[in-house]
Design a protein around this ligand. Structure first.
Ligand code: BMP
Length: 265
């Protein structure tokens, strides 16, 4: 896959979505390809975590529906931290319904995700119409302020996201590349479009076997060098560690070294 060896500067210039270009800029400026999965149940705690590790990361990923103290005021505080420390905020909502429903889940309800998320995940399962219509009509600002990330493959044991599924979904994503900024995946071949970003979860340096609930892990180097990750997503490997800042620095430096090595080889 030629994408794997193209420089980040060159990939930045092929981006069709402003959030993808911004992400490449942040990676280059911060020398980081680290996304932290801040899977905590208190938004206050997420804000504290983000303030401490902000300089080391390029994306902070949250699950808004596990927060017990969600408010729009607090999420805007997190957005301020993201602005100050220059990272993107990803909502890992994994939409998977008809476009009419997803559109309401994205813009409405209590969370009003489209008002604050820079990146939003979606399963391609319902088909391409969902991807193109979730943002609303062509005049919707969110088409340019929030990038869709398609979940092409999952990290769990016995996931149904096989090669054919991932390939077919990547094709739909390319057709909708005015709104799709990249994909979540465990292997590189689904797309050789250099303007897309591959996000790879299931990264943990201290556990190689996975958790006891089907999650599978690999190291940062393996994710980048063997699986094609541009961005590594680290959750419990970091948030459960006693010194989150030191751990963030270790993942940042390992992830970045692997990415630099892959590009220059
Ligand atoms: P952890 O590193 O603690 O296992 O967390 C992984 C994170 O990535 C979780 O937030 C999970 O929802 C997400 N994720 C995943 O683990 N596998 C996938 O295939 C897709 C995901 O979004």
């Amino acid at each position: 896959n030629p994408r794997l060896h193209v420089s980040l500067e060159e990939r930045r210039s092929s981006c069709k979505h402003p959030i993808a270009s911004r992400l490449f800029d942040l990676m280059l400026a911060k020398k980081s390809n680290l996304c932290v999965a801040a899977d905590l149940t208190s938004l206050d705690d997420v804000i504290t975590l983000a303030e401490s590790i902000g300089p080391k990361i390029v994306v902070l990923k949250i699950h808004v529906d596990i927060l017990e103290d969600f408010s729009l005021t607090k999420i805007m505080q997190l957005k301020e931290v993201a602005r100050a420390h220059e990272f993107l905020l990803m909502e890992d909502r994994k939409f998977a319904d008809i476009a009419n429903t997803v559109q309401q889940q994205f813009h409405g309800g209590v969370y009003r995700i489209s008002e604050w998320a820079d990146l939003i995940t979606a399963h391609p399962l319902p088909g391409p119409e969902m991807i193109t219509h979730m943002f609303g009509d062509s005049s919707s600002d969110s088409r340019r302020t929030c990038g869709c990330v398609l979940v092409l493959e999952m990290s769990t044991k016995n996931a149904l996201t096989n090669e054919d599924y991932a390939k077919e979904a990547a094709k739909w994503g390319l057709i909708a590349s005015d709104v799709v900024t990249g994909f979540v995946g465990q292997s590189a071949p689904q797309s050789d479009f250099p303007g897309w970003v591959q996000f790879t979860p299931g990264v943990n340096s201290s556990s190689v076997s996975g958790d006891s609930k089907g999650q599978q892990y690999c190291s940062p180097a393996k994710a980048v060098l063997e699986r094609g990750a541009d961005i590594i997503i680290v959750g419990r490997g970091l948030i459960k560690s006693p010194d989150v800042v030191a751990t963030a620095e270790t993942y940042r430096s390992e992830g970045w070294a692997a990415l630099t090595q892959r590009i220059t080889n």
